[in-house]
Design a protein around this ligand. Structure first.
Ligand code: HEM
Length: 206
């Protein structure tokens, strides 16, 4: 295990980006975003899936970094999607159709492979990076919804105008946190798994 040299301090975030570019392109292109966000009913299903598979990932990030890193408490999490889901159901779809994350067993088994903080950092990379694409998806969703004016989009809006800045800060944190080649390799492998979970869950039927 050799520490990265001073010159290579930025290697973690660049390595994560280049080693997952193919999977990013895959989730961008292979998920039918128009179908997932085509109308409020589809959006309800989308939010339900997000709650299902992202909640355990949030718990892992909280477990490894919550105590040490104060910014973890202000992360965009599945709880934001749960809040959208509650509002959407109450306003537009009706209580008879409520689909809550609580209706399904937790997706913990998707993350049984997580063994340590570098794995958690790889998961964090994907979830925080996805806030960038969320802004695009937010526009797509709001264009598709008939009653878009008040549609709850807290999750898709991510950190709003602060999203790009926050992403830059997250990359700097990853560069400081992942300091050895082994840690970077572990985080890359975890990020690839996280992309695959994301793609698999959103491509599957509700
Ligand atoms: C149609 C959907 C999507 C679009 C249009 C999109 C677009 C983008 C854009 C424009 C960036 C910023 C690239 C840069 O600053 O260099 C980005 C970054 C990123 N996105 Fe997406 N994205 C989408 C979906 C997703 C999804 C579903 C995920 C997670 C599974 C994801 C994960 C990431 C990650 C990890 C990054 C950071 C890349 C880096 O290291 O700079 N994206 N995306």
């Amino acid at each position: 295990m050799s520490p990265l040299t001073e010159n290579n301090k930025s290697d973690a975030s660049s390595a994560l980006k280049s080693a997952t570019d193919d999977l990013h392109r895959q989730v961008e292109e292979s998920i039918d975003w128009r179908a997932n966000l085509g109308d409020l009913r589809a959006y309800q299903q989308f939010l339900t899936k997000i709650c299902y598979f992202i909640s355990p990932a949030d718990r892992i990030i909280e477990e490894y970094f919550g105590v040490l890193e104060s910014w973890v408490a202000s992360r965009r999490t599945a709880a934001w999607a749960q809040s959208d889901l509650g509002e959407l159901t109450a306003k537009y779809i009706g209580a008879a159709h409520i689909e809550s994350c609580d209706d399904q067993p937790p997706a913990d088994e998707l993350y049984r492979w997580v063994k340590g903080p570098a794995d958690a950092a790889g998961i964090l990379y994907v979830l925080e990076g996805s806030t960038m694409g969320s802004l695009f998806l937010c526009n797509l969703a709001c264009t598709n919804f008939d009653s878009s004016a008040d549609a709850p989009v807290k999750f898709l809006s991510a950190y709003g105008k602060g999203t790009a800045r926050r992403w830059q800060e997250t990359k700097l944190w990853l560069d400081r946190f992942l300091t050895t080649e082994d840690e970077v390799a572990t985080a890359v492998s975890a990020a690839r798994r996280m992309f695959q979970i994301y793609g698999g869950q959103l491509s599957s039927r509700a």
